[in-house]
Design a protein around this ligand. Sequence first.
Ligand code: CO
Length: 134
Amino acid sequence: MLTNLEHLGLAVKDLEAATTLYTKLLGKEPYKREHVASEAVDTVFFQVGGSKIELLAGTSPDSAITRYLEKKPEGIHHVAFEVDDIRAEMERLRAEGFQLLNEEPKRGADNKLVCFVHPKSANGVLVELCQSIN
Ligand code: CO
């Protein structure tokens, strides 16, 4: 079951500049900075009520975020929903005909197991499912 809009992922070129901007915009400091080596990204997280803003910057030329920003402007990169059972949701979405980008849940930022749904099968939106690791 999808239980919450967990976060919006924003692709940015200059993480420090974007962090300064979002600190002003949201009126609060980020609660976490994390490098995700497996994705070659640096992330900064802000809590906003029950949801979060995740700033994402690529740290290598072959990072998915770096490649994304070669084709598209900065902005919303993905929409993430919290799920209570990621494997069950992956199974449900596969049965509904959605194309998943991960065969198995993988370790994401902010202590989550994650799986992505291809934007081609979700009206042009990259959708992330995430389940907290306790
Ligand atoms: Co995300």
